[in-house]
Design a protein around this ligand. Structure first.
Ligand code: DGP
Length: 115
């Protein structure tokens, strides 16, 4: 059996982490290394999908639920506007292969990186 992902271990209380919200199928935690004043990770409870392409092919409704959940988090923790980032593959900076979305919000003026 493969070891549970870092996110599952946080969700299960095996290692510390701040879970801020959950539904039946997804949960959100604070990123350990925030890249914006609000930086949350939206994670499905299932570990079945390694990245967003697998998730989109296997359970598009769950992907849609993650997007809706991100919106509700951005409304609760910021002004409702947000960046939603899925790193897809090691060369694109994915380090945890349990699909997750980065929700970034509450940017200070002129602090947005990239495009
Ligand atoms: P990615 O690089 O896209 O796979 O994103 C993984 C994110 O997970 C990264 O931004 C840092 C975060 N992360 C890694 N380990 C931990 C941890 O132990 N606790 C929390 N809260 N976040 C973590």
């Amino acid at each position: 059996m493969t070891e549970a992902s870092i996110f599952t271990r946080i969700y299960n209380g095996e290692i510390p982490g701040e879970i801020v919200a959950e539904t039946d199928r997804v949960f959100a935690l604070r990123d350990i290394s925030p890249q914006a004043p609000v930086h949350l990770l939206v994670v499905p409870k299932t570990e079945q999908y390694r990245d967003v392409t697998e998730l989109a092919a296997g359970d598009p409704a769950l992907l849609a639920e993650m997007v809706a959940f991100a919106k509700s988090l951005a409304s609760e923790h910021a002004n409702g506007e947000f960046r939603l980032i899925f790193n897809n593959g090691a060369s694109a900076s994915q380090s945890v292969f349990h699909v997750h979305a980065h929700v970034l919000a509450n940017f200070e003026e002129n602090t947005l990186v990239g495009f």
